[in-house]
Ligand binder design. Structure first.
Ligand code: GBH
Length: 491
């Protein structure tokens, strides 16, 4: 480990919990087994394999569908308090609709939930992590408001089947990635390009589906009040390129509201609705561009009220920081979400990079964004639902991942003890190397490595998993800890 640093003096609070995460399409495989229906990632990777960097897909992935016992044992060795995983909508409702529930899908998740509980590991269940049933895409997907009620139908099946044992829920993983990347930027299935339009229609649907699900869960399924539900939003800290420039400062704030605030403000702010500055800007630009009405959908007062307060905690995925400056009209296309955000952002070359070019080691940005959340939304309970570092190849001596976890967790401790942020849980992404969406199997985030050439997909613990276990058991960051006593990371 590096020799010149100040040892972190803080200890994780007694009630603070640690976990790690995966998602259904990224790990399960068994894509057409036991009655599972087709989802938009099956469809896209089969019809258009070239869109994935290594032309691969999640057909087999980590084969987790067949490895419940082994994976739960690895989770037990890791010492995590909880495991965050997502449910595959088309494994449970093969056609997307609640007319037919697939018994094998229910069995699979019952097996996983029961195996976790038997080892004292709490399930943290995400209802939707991007794998929409293909038939629902064909009626418009998330740009269609029909999806609000279809999602609620799906959620009710889940609460009826698993709600007796599962008490911790996340409705959606990363609405920005679902909406902006899926419907505006050609960067996630279904690869639409309706920039400045599709993403906002989707935002409206996803937010309303979240709010109605929360309302129905609270009124019909959570009678003992033990259950907790939130939504998970991906946040990049936007830092002014020049900290002395007012224009750059304004651009950074405007970008945060456009990227992060558009999903949080409706739920966690006191006034509700999309952030006022963002509404004002999109309304004004839409008029300038000749649209007869704003490209940003309008919530009714009733919808604003339903959304407000519709969560028990704020789920936060974080990987990196950006530098931002004010964007002028001739620098980007219109309409576009980028122009609506008023900023252009990029990563500094000065920062250490992961295998994924968008992941940089900037722990102070994590702390600043946690503080921003506290100030904006009156210090809500924050659950960090993802954080992690990617590498290439199968090296299990993953020193740079270990360093990332150490320095990000130190920043988190400072946010708790020095800034007064209410952070209750931390989740490492990821439990396993897995199908990394458009980047296939090349960029690896796992605490465990997998041999993807072996049909049995054997798992091997990386050194980071021992370090994470040490953090969980000692409740401290010790940058000198290594499982063997000698330090292969000394450089
Ligand atoms: C998370 O998204 C996902 O929830 C998780 O499933 C995923 O495995 C994990 O990150 C690691 O990627 O390549 O420059 O176009 C994080 C948000 C949004 C970050 C898409 C990367 C692509 C940037 N991600 N973004 S670029």
């Amino acid at each position: 480990a590096p020799t010149s640093y100040e040892a972190c003096i803080y200890t994780f609070p007694d009630e603070f919990e640690f976990g790690c995460a995966t998602s259904s399409y990224q790990v399960e495989g068994a894509w057409d087994v036991d009655g599972k229906g087709e989802n938009i990632w099956d469809y896209m990777t089969h019809t258009d394999p070239g869109v994935i960097t290594d032309n691969n897909n999640g057909d087999i992935a980590c084969n987790a569908y067949y490895k419940t016992e082994e994976d739960v044992e690895l989770l037990e060795n890791l010492g995590v308090d909880f495991y965050r995983f997502s449910l595959s909508w088309s494994r449970i409702l093969p056609g997307g609709h609640a007319n037919f529930t697939n018994p094998a899908g229910i069995d699979y998740y019952n097996g996983l939930i029961d195996a976790l509980l038997a080892k004292g590991i709490t399930p943290l269940v995400t209802l939707f992590h991007w794998d929409l049933p293909q038939p629902l895409q064909e009626i418009g997907g998330w740009t269609s408001p029909l999806l609000v009620d279809l999602f609620v139908d799906y959620a009710e099946v889940i609460f009826q089947r698993f709600g007796d044992r599962v008490k911790n829920w996340i409705t959606f993983n990363e609405p920005y990635q679902i909406c902006q990347e899926g419907y505006s930027e050609h960067n996630k299935a279904p690869l639409y390009t309706q920039d400045g339009i599709g993403g906002y229609l989707c935002a409206y649907t996803v937010l309303m589906a979240h709010a109605k699900t929360y309302e129905i869960y609270q009124s019909r399924y959570n009678s003992d009040k033990e259950g907790k539900m939130g939504i998970t939003v991906h946040g990049i800290w936007s830092h002014p390129q020049d900290i002395n420039s007012d224009a750059d400062k304004e651009a950074s704030e405007s970008k945060l509201q456009a990227h992060f605030g558009i999903y949080l403000h409706p739920i966690y702010s006191e006034e509700g609705n999309f952030p006022p500055s963002f509404i004002e800007r999109v309304d004004r630009l839409s008029a300038e561009e000749g649209f007869p009405w704003s490209r940003l959908p309008k919530f009714t007062q009733e919808e604003i009220d339903l959304l407000k307060g519709s969560a028990d905690f704020l789920g936060f995925n974080h990987y990196a920081t950006d530098l931002c400056y004010a964007l002028s009209a001739d620098e980007t296309r219109r309409p576009s979400h980028e122009y609506d955000s008023g900023a252009r952002c990029y990563k500094s070359d000065m920062w250490e990079s992961a295998a994924s070019s968008w992941v940089k080691v900037v722990p102070w940005g994590f702390r600043k964004l946690l503080h921003w959340i506290k100030e904006q939304y009156n210090n809500p309970e924050v659950v960090v639902t993802e954080n992690g570092f990617s590498t290439f190849g199968n090296d299990v001596t993953d020193c740079r991942r270990i360093n990332y976890y150490n320095v990000y967790l130190e920043a988190l401790l400072q946010a708790i003890y020095e800034d007064g942020c209410k952070i209750t849980k931390y989740t490492a992404w990821s439990f396993l190397d897995n199908f990394e969406w458009m980047d296939g199997y090349l960029e690896k985030f796992g605490l465990h490595s997998i041999d993807f050439n072996d049909p049995n997909r054997p798992r091997t613990a990386k050194m980071s998993s021992y370090v994470y276990n040490n953090i969980i058991t000692t409740r401290k960051i010790n940058r000198d800890f290594t499982p063997t006593g000698f330090d292969p990371c000394d450089f």
